[in-house]
Design a binder for this molecule. Structure first.
Ligand code: NAD
Ligand code: G6P
Ligand code: MN
Ligand code: MN
Length: 434
């Protein structure tokens, strides 16, 4: 059987993953699922682990669930390692969201200063996990969800020798599901040519039953009462119709931070002053979820989990693992080494792009290059991710300032330095490299 290890197993998303393995058991016979956490997450791990065990028992499947705080014990001989941890917990995310706002800058967990700091906290931990994997499970695949997933994949590719790594996000599958729902068709009938970076991905073309549908879809979302949709964590501000018609591509929900920076900043301020930032909202959602999970009579994933922005992410994870295990050679959008698939991005960098998924991993489908209107922004974010990854590895102050300043959401070098200094102090407990 297959041994899966999930690091950050105490996450409220874990029941989704378990549901995904249960649904696919016939083609993907998981025999062991190890959920790993740290002492701060032990209580969550026990609650969500209890639910995982009940779900599997209810399904009548011979999957053994292990709960542990000992990562090395868990990693021994793993086949697939999935990572979904949050260094510094939601408290750190709330700081990532609130501190930039004071300086008039977007506060978001994967974009701008917040994305930089989440990367600075996460990258040392992921590189440490890889050192353990080199020793304990050298043939395993590492499937990383931990955000910022693009920057984290970049760091693994450039600062380790580990090549069996794939970064994963639910945004592309969310876009596909959203479009299918809008068109009133089954998702299998929709195909999207995806290319870009994590949380910076475009649908370059859309097909319905194999026929090009891009223009019709753009007409639909630029009509009065439709929108291109969003995730639970991003307010659904509508695109300027003439802009989308000129762009001739479908931006992802996160592009609002770049093409509607002022409006998104105002939305964030409004939220921060009323319901709280997203981390603060999620703290309440999580409390509700864990109360449900504790109920011994619950044996399925509760529908309330759909209030989280990452809803349905396990479909992406389980489909990916299934396609590697069964060498399916189907097409899935993932974060992997570019290798020339997008001409204007360095070969050794991570991109998020449609890939053929084989037993040897993802093979990116080359697109030539991105349209000129999107190319520059994508390159700038890639430069930001590269400099940020370097800062995370070296702990060099100037490199961190460089990353902060070249981020398109940060308007000045002086503001960058002010935010950097405040955030370095606020997060110092989780930044041993600085
Ligand atoms: P969470 O706050 O519930 O954290 C999950 C668990 O990680 C917690 O139980 C925590 O104790 C544990 N943890 C913290 N540091 C750890 C460490 N060093 N080693 C092992 N475990 C550790 O977070 P969440 O909301 O479930 O999200 C988890 C991660 O997944 C985040 O980084 C989030 O950004 C990311 N995420 C990504 C996607 C995607 O599309 N790629 C979707 C959803 C969530
Ligand atoms: C989306 C993104 C994830 C992100 C999540 C946040 O799904 O793809 O990368 O982690 O939203 O959701 P949350 O409920 O934590 O705000
Ligand atoms: Mn994501
Ligand atoms: Mn800038």
């Amino acid at each position: 059987g297959i041994k899966i290890v999930t690091i950050g197993g105490g996450s409220s998303y874990t029941p989704e993953l378990v549901e995904g393995f249960i649904k696919r058991y016939e083609s993907l016979p998981v025999s062991e699922l190890w959920l790993v956490d740290i002492p701060e997450g032990e209580e969550k791990l026990n609650i969500v682990g209890g639910l995982a065990k009940r779900m599997i028992k209810e399904a009548g499947l011979p999957i053994k669930v292990h709960l542990t705080l000992n990562r090395r014990e868990a990693l021994k001989d793993a086949d697939f390692v999935t990572t979904q941890f949050r260094v510094g917990l939601l408290e750190a995310r709330a700081k990532d969201e609130r501190i930039p706002l004071k300086y008039g800058v977007i506060g978001q967990e994967t974009n701008g200063p917040g994305g930089l700091f989440k990367g600075l906290r996460t990258i040392p931990v992921i590189l440490d996990i890889i050192r353990d994997m080199e020793e304990l499970c050298p043939n395993a695949w590492l499937i990383n969800f931990t955000n910022p997933a693009g920057m984290v994949t970049e760091a693994v590719l450039r600062y380790s020798n580990w090549r069996k790594v794939i970064g994963l996000c639910n945004v592309p599958v969310g876009m596909k599901m959203g479009i299918a729902a809008q068109l009133g068709v089954e998702p299998e009938r929709v195909h999207i040519d995806f290319a870009g970076l994590n949380h910076m991905i475009y649908g370059l073309d859309i097909y319905l039953d194999g026929e090009l549908y891009t223009d019709k879809y753009i007409n639909l979302i630029t009509s009065e009462d439709e929108s291109s949709g969003t995730m639970q964590n991003i307010v659904d501000l509508k695109w300027e119709p003439e802009f989308i018609k000129a762009l001739k591509a479908i931006p992802c929900p996160y592009h609002r931070y770049y093409y509607k920076t002022d409006e998104m900043f105002d939305e964030e301020m409004k939220a921060a002053e009323t319901v709280g930032t997203r981390a603060e909202v999620v703290q309440k959602l999580e409390k509700e979820l864990f109360e449900l999970y504790q109920d011994e009579s619950l044996t399925i994933k509760p529908p309330q989990l759909e209030k989280r922005g990452g809803a349905y992410y396990s479909d992406a994870a389980c489909n990916l693992i299934d396609s590697i295990y069964n060498d399916r050679k189907d097409i899935q959008p993932v974060n992997t080494m570019n290798n020339g698939a997008i001409a204007s991005i360095p070969n050794d960098s991570a991109v998020e792009i449609n890939c053929v998924i084989t037993k040897d991993g993802p093979k990116p489908i080359a697109i030539g290059d991105l349209p000129v209107a999107t190319r520059g922004l994508v390159q700038q974010i890639k430069s930001f991710e590269r400099v940020a990854a370097e800062a995370a590895v070296t702990g060099d102050y100037q490199t961190a300032l460089l990353a902060m300043t070249i981020n398109p959401l940060v308007p000045s070098d002086t503001i960058a330095k002010e935010i950097l200094d405040e955030m370095l102090e606020a997060h110092k407990e989780h930044l041993p490299q600085f």
